[in-house]
Design a protein around this ligand. Structure first.
Ligand SMILES: [Zn+2]
Length: 570
């Protein structure tokens, strides 16, 4: 079967295996949901338009990811009615939101068409631009004094295309002008209907930011978004995160070029992939999260080497961080893309954004339907195979949620983005690793102040080790690589151990010290600003040992549902 001249890469048998045995469905909320029925009439109308706005981000994110994505999807949609292989390929395409993707298990991405692969620079850069040529052209452009254009080329919000022998940048607001204008219209209408004043205000700014080629507008929209707390009923976010583009960060490995750029005050930031999230704020869930927030300035004082850097949560200062728990109505674009998983929570804006650089706050949104979608039967089997019986009582999915809260808060502690960025292509691995370690290291503080019980602390440690550190395969994705680092370090330091039957025992009395040591080593690494040291650290702690291999085999035997189909009901 050929689609636009490309052979479908996966057989029907292989596609059936993915769809029937490896796919998990996550049901989102619709109009029959209690939270929806409690909305004001104005907010119900606004929600219609927010969902309409969100739908445009599927095409946007696919276009950013690969130049052929949108047309290959349309071609699959045309063939799907007569051809089952095309229909099933389309199903997987829609989970990846693209013609290829990592499935969280295999080292290489799964490709849906023979001869079509993703690229380092995704579709942000010309398809035939190599790392070497990219660096050469940037260097040449600096020599020619084209600093302003280089600044745009290396910014989060542009596509880059060839112009003669050089490169030029096209701002997202120009590249997507038609679509952005349609989205802005929907947001304006939603703003008109919503009965929540500060949400209305934010939607107005966000609509403007989509229409103007001006980073200041993004900054203003972000600042209005970041202050939204729980008086609002609705949640809407345009997610902008830069995990996909591997070409821009390659500059961090070219010391000579990096120095030239620094001399001219030009920042190097990877490109944003866009997505949209629509939700309804959950009041009860939000109240719990806020209890964790209250105590963050105290944690800042306990961070290793805290006298050597300024933290975004400086002790005594006001914490510019809002947090909500949301029931999810719709996820599109980057949010909906299952390439190894769907995110449980997200703290924005990231450090590369003007809003943060100019002192704005962050807002963290937790995704209820995503975290509540576990497979209980499988967990029971996993405990039987890999966990000593006396620890089964400590496995608890609520404990994992508390860990995630700590992780997200963890991004607000520690050295700032100038340190993080200096680690080049290792920045995300180290930063995600740090956030995990902040969470685990400081959980005992929440026992001391009475937010959680001693029993819950044991549950958090146990659940974290089993749910997060028992990897399903040798990791490639940054969060998973970080988890292998924790596993190896904490195992070596005796925070947990395995008996002769490969069953894990958690050593609660040793856990905190081991975690603190690892956190301290990580902060020292960020302070070093050395990509070489980061690489050495990662290499040292990502050895795939015999216990990891055994665990991965058991995981495989129990079956891994590493594909996710989001099922909207709106
Ligand atoms: Zn994170």
């Amino acid at each position: 079967m050929k689609i636009k001249g490309y052979e479908l890469a996966l057989s029907e048998e292989k596609l059936d295996d993915i769809i029937e045995h490896k796919t998990r469905k996550i049901e989102l909320v619709g109009k029959d949901f209690t939270g929806y029925q409690q909305l004001t009439e104005g907010n119900k109308k606004a929600l219609d338009h927010l969902v309409a706005a969100a739908m445009y981000f599927t095409d946007i994110a696919e276009e950013q990811d690969h130049d052929l994505n949108v047309q290959m999807r349309h071609a699959l949609e045309e063939k799907a009615a007569q051809n089952p292989q095309a229909a099933k390929t389309l199903k997987v395409f829609n989970m990846f939101q693209g013609l290829e993707g990592h499935n969280g298990v295999d080292i290489k991405p799964v490709e849906l068409f023979k001869g079509l692969s993703g690229r380092k620079g995704r579709n942000f850069y010309p398809a035939d631009l190599s790392v070497e040529e990219f660096h050469q052209i940037i260097q040449k452009m600096l020599e020619l004094g084209k600093d302003d254009e280089v600044r745009k080329i290396l910014s989060v919000r542009t596509f880059v295309r060839r112009e003669g022998n050089l490169l030029k940048a096209i701002d997202y607001t120009q590249y997507f002008a038609d679509t952005f204008s349609k989205i802005a219209n929907e947001l304006e209408v939603a703003a008109h209907y919503t009965t929540d004043e500060d949400f209305k205000d934010y939607l107005g700014w966000q609509a403007q930011a989509l229409l103007q080629n001006n980073e200041d507008m993004d900054m203003l929209a972000d600042k209005h978004w970041a202050v939204l707390q729980n008086n609002n009923q609705l949640e809407f976010t345009i997610g902008r995160e830069s995990y996909d583009d591997e070409l821009t960060p390659s500059i961090y490995e070219n010391k000579k070029l990096l120095k030239l750029l620094e001399e001219r005050g030009i920042e190097v930031n990877a490109k944003d992939t866009l997505g949209a999230r629509v939700g309804i704020i959950n009041k009860e869930g939000t109240d719990l999260i806020l209890k964790f927030k209250e105590h963050m300035p105290e944690l800042a004082k306990l961070m290793p080497f805290n006298d050597q850097y300024t933290q975004s949560v400086s002790s005594g200062g006001e914490l510019k961080q809002t947090m909500v728990d949301a029931d999810i109505v719709m996820l599109t674009g980057d949010y909906a893309r299952c390439r190894g998983g769907i995110t449980l929570a997200q703290n924005l804006p990231n450090n590369d954004k003007l809003a943060i650089k100019t002192g704005g706050g962050r807002r963290n949104v937790y995704h209820r339907q995503i975290r509540q979608s576990g497979d209980k039967e499988r967990i029971k089997k996993l405990l039987d195979r890999l966990v000593a019986p006396e620890f089964h009582q400590y496995y608890d999915s609520e404990a994992d949620h508390l860990f995630v809260i700590g992780h997200e808060n963890g991004h607000s502690l520690g050295p700032d983005n100038t340190y993080q960025r200096a680690l080049g292509n290792h920045k995300s691995t180290i930063e995600e690793h740090k956030a995990d370690m902040v969470s685990v290291t400081f959980m005992p503080e929440y026992v001391k102040i009475g937010v959680i019980s001693e029993e819950m602390l044991k549950k958090i440690y146990t659940t974290w080790v089993i749910k997060r550190l028992f990897l399903k395969a040798q990791p490639v994705e940054v969060h998973r690589v970080a988890e292998l680092i924790h596993f190896n370090f904490l195992l070596a330091k005796g925070a947990f151990s395995f008996d002769t039957e490969h069953k894990v025992h958690i050593h609660f009395d040793k856990f905190h010290d081991a975690a603190y040591k690892l956190l301290a080593e990580t902060i020292a690494l960020q302070l070093s600003k050395s990509p070489e040291k980061a690489k050495q650290f990662i290499d040292r702690y990502t050895v795939w040992g015999k216990e990891s291999q055994y665990i991965a085999e058991v995981q495989k035997e129990l079956g891994i549902k590493n594909y996710i189909e989001l099922v909207p009901h709106y």
